[in-house]
Design a protein around this ligand. Structure first.
Ligand code: SAH
Length: 252
């Protein structure tokens, strides 16, 4: 085993290269091996000699073990995620693999480089909806039971948090977002602003602001982040252009 191996887990940001940090770019420039979901690797500038290991978007733990094995063999391995690598992404899988894996992996030089997560990019597009307390919930029931998702939605919305909903829909999970709105309408006023933001910072970006009682689940796909306001969140109508959405800094 060579001592020179390293593993860097990098968040690439939401899409636009201008939203990738210089630290992420520096890590990518050091890599001998790149590991990640194919479409994310496609966003990394190609360099001669760098080995790309494209994967599908599942079996994150296998991907993490593969990365650790390469790093332990002396490679400089960069694992990429979109947004921030610690938000519903690869960084946890890497530490889970270390936690349960080979003792030698604990001695490896492992670093995490933060990125702009979708919730930050989306919030900036519409104003300041995350100005007060908020939480992030993944609607994917691949890694947890759906009942738990509903419990968390009710608890968080009921406690006044603005909700950032990741993974709202996919071809394999078409009904969850509709059910989510049903549940939230039982807890929140119908006037609460809901933001559908798809492919933010990319060429086909689409952002729509509606009221909860008019929220159409069909606006969400796997590239959408849905932000649901709290009762305190405000829409500021404008003659020209979309409304601003903000949550005041203080309540009560
Ligand atoms: N690590 C990522 C999240 C990965 S989960 C991050 O920090 O952003 C994948 C989900 O992220 C998608 O289903 C969508 O909800 C959200 N997402 C990622 N990129 C996005 C973008 N450019 N615009 C809107 N939502 C995005």
């Amino acid at each position: 085993m060579s001592g020179a191996g390293r593993l860097i887990v990098v968040g690439l940001g939401p899409g636009d290269p201008a939203m990738q940090t210089p630290q992420a770019a520096a890590a990518l420039a050091e890599a001998t091996d790149l590991i990640g979901y194919g479409p994310y690797l496609a966003r990394v500038p190609a360099r001669p000699g760098v080995v790309q290991h494209p994967t599908d978007n599942r079996v994150e733990l296998d991907r993490a073990r593969h990365a650790l094995t390469l790093a332990a063999a002396g490679r400089v391995v960069v694992v990429v995620s979109s947004g921030d690598a610690g938000v519903f992404a690869m960084a946890s899988a890497v530490f889970e693999a270390i936690d349960h894996g080979e003792a030698a992996w604990r001695a490896l030089d492992v670093r995490v480089v933060p990125g702009i997560s979708a919730l930050l990019a989306v919030a900036a597009r519409v104003g300041a909806p995350l100005g007060h307390d908020f939480c992030a919930i993944s609607l994917s029931d691949n890694l947890k039971p759906w009942e738990l998702v509903e419990q968390r939605l009710v608890a968080a919305a009921g406690a006044g948090f603005v909700l950032a909903l990741y993974n709202p829909a996919s071809r394999a999970r078409p009904w969850q977002i509709g059910r989510c709105f049903e549940v939230l309408r039982g807890v929140l006023p119908g006037s609460v602003p809901v933001i559908f933001a798809t492919a933010v910072s990319r060429a086909d970006e689409a952002v729509t602001v509606v009221r909860l009682d008019a929220a159409d689940p069909a606006l969400a796909d796997m590239r959408t982040l849905v932000l649901v306001g709290s009762a305190a969140t405000r829409m500021v109508a404008r003659e020209a252009g979309a409304p601003w959405v903000y949550t005041p800094r203080g309540v009560g």
